[in-house]
Design a protein around this ligand. Structure first.
Ligand code: CA
Ligand code: CA
Length: 301
C-alpha cells in the first residue's frame, strides 16, 4: 500500500516536472558566455569547486552547446559534436506541402535546415528532446562563472553582444547559407555580416541575457554531405573580448560512435571483428617503472 502511494506521488511529481519543463523553451540554442577555460571540478556536483586553466581569459567571450548537466547534453560539449568529434547536427530537407524547395538561381540545389529532436537518454528523434538547433542564448552556468554581467532588473548592462559571420565551408557559395528570424526576415546573408543580439531581462533566470530564435538554412546540391559555418562573438559595449572563432558543422548523415566499432564507420560488423582477430592478444601497455636502467655516463669507453 505504502509502495503504491510512493509510486503515485512519483508519477504525479514527474508529470508536474515534465509539464513545467515543456512550458519552457524547447529549442536547443548555442550559448554565449565568458571565461572559456572555467569548468566545475565535478559535473555531478557543479555548484561546488571549480578549475580554471587560464586566468587571463575570464573576460573573453565563447560559444558552447548544451552542457553535461542538461538532459539533452551534447556528447562532444562544448562543441556541437559527438564525443569522438563526429558531426552532431543533422540536416533536414525543408518541404512545403510534401515538396522540396529548389534554389531559384540553381535548381540543382535544395533547401535544407537543421531541425531534429535529441535527448541523452533516447538519442535522435526523441520527441521530448529540444529542437536542434535554434538561435542563441546567454550562458547561465553553474556558479555564475560564464554569465554575462547582470546587476538587477533596473540596471541595463553595458555589454552589447553581436555575432559576426566569418565564413562557410568551401563547398558553399556565399548565398547558400542564411538564417531566418522568427518573423521570417533573413540575417547573415553574406560573410562578414554582423547581427546584434538584443539584451533583455530574462525572468526565468532573473538576469539580463540573450534569447533569440533563429533557424539555419542551406541550399545544397547532391554532393554537399558536410558543411560548416564559422562565427565569432564581439561586445560593442567594450566589457568583453572577442571570442575565438566557433565552427558549427552540419551533415546530411550523422555517424554516431558505437562501442565495438573499430574502423569508425558507425556499424559493428565482420570488418570490426576481423580487426579484432588480427590484433588478438596484442598489448599496448607500457610501464615506465619497468624500464631498464640506462647508463648515461658517456666518458666510459
Ligand atoms: Ca579563465
Ligand atoms: Ca565498423
Amino acid at each position: 500500500m505504502k509502495k503504491i502511494l510512493i509510486y503515485a506521488i512519483i508519477s504525479i511529481l514527474s508529470l508536474f516536472i515534465s509539464k513545467s519543463v515543456r512550458a519552457e523553451c524547447t529549442a536547443a540554442h548555442t550559448h554565449i558566455g565568458i571565461n572559456p577555460t572555467w569548468r566545475p571540478a565535478d559535473w555531478n556536483n557543479p555548484g561546488q569547486e571549480h578549475i580554471d586553466s587560464d586566468p587571463t581569459d575570464n573576460n573573453k567571450l565563447w560559444f558552447f552547446s548544451l552542457p553535461p548537466i542538461h538532459d539533452s547534453a551534447t556528447p562532444g560539449w562544448p562543441n556541437w559534436e559527438h564525443a569522438n568529434g563526429n558531426t552532431f547536427l543533422a540536416l533536414t530537407l525543408v518541404k512545403e506541402e510534401g515538396e522540396f524547395i529548389t534554389k531559384p538561381s540553381d535548381t540543382s540545389k535544395k533547401l535544407y535546415t537543421c531541425s531534429f529532436t535529441y535527448s541523452k537518454a533516447e538519442g535522435y528523434g526523441d520527441p521530448n528532446g529540444p529542437d536542434h538547433i535554434n538561435g542563441w542564448h546567454s550562458a547561465h552556468g553553474p556558479q555564475g562563472a560564464w554569465n554575462l554581467e547582470s546587476i538587477d532588473a533596473n540596471t541595463i548592462p553595458a555589454w552589447d553582444i553581436y555575432i559576426k559571420r566569418e565564413r562557410t565551408s568551401e563547398n558553399l557559395l556565399e548565398d547558400d547559407f542564411f538564417t531566418l528570424l522568427h518573423d521570417d526576415s533573413a540575417a547573415w546573408e553574406n560573410n562578414g555580416d554582423m547581427y546584434s543580439l538584443g539584451k533583455r531581462w530574462l525572468s526565468d533566470f532573473e538576469a539580463w541575457g540573450i534569447h533569440e530564435h533563429m533557424g539555419f538554412y542551406f541550399w545544397l546540391d547532391d554532393e554537399d554531405e558536410d558543411i560548416y559555418i564559422v562565427f565569432s562573438a564581439h561586445d560593442n559595449g567594450g566589457l568583453y573580448q572577442r571570442s575565438a572563432d566557433f565552427t558549427i558543422h552540419f551533415a546530411k548523415t550523422v555517424y554516431q560512435p558505437v562501442a565495438g566499432d573499430l574502423n569508425g564507420d558507425s556499424i559493428v560488423d565482420i570488418n570490426d571483428f576481423e580487426i579484432m582477430i588480427e590484433n588478438w592478444g596484442k598489448s599496448g601497455i607500457y610501464k615506465g617503472e619497468d624500464a631498464e636502467h640506462h647508463d648515461h655516463d658517456h666518458d666510459e669507453e
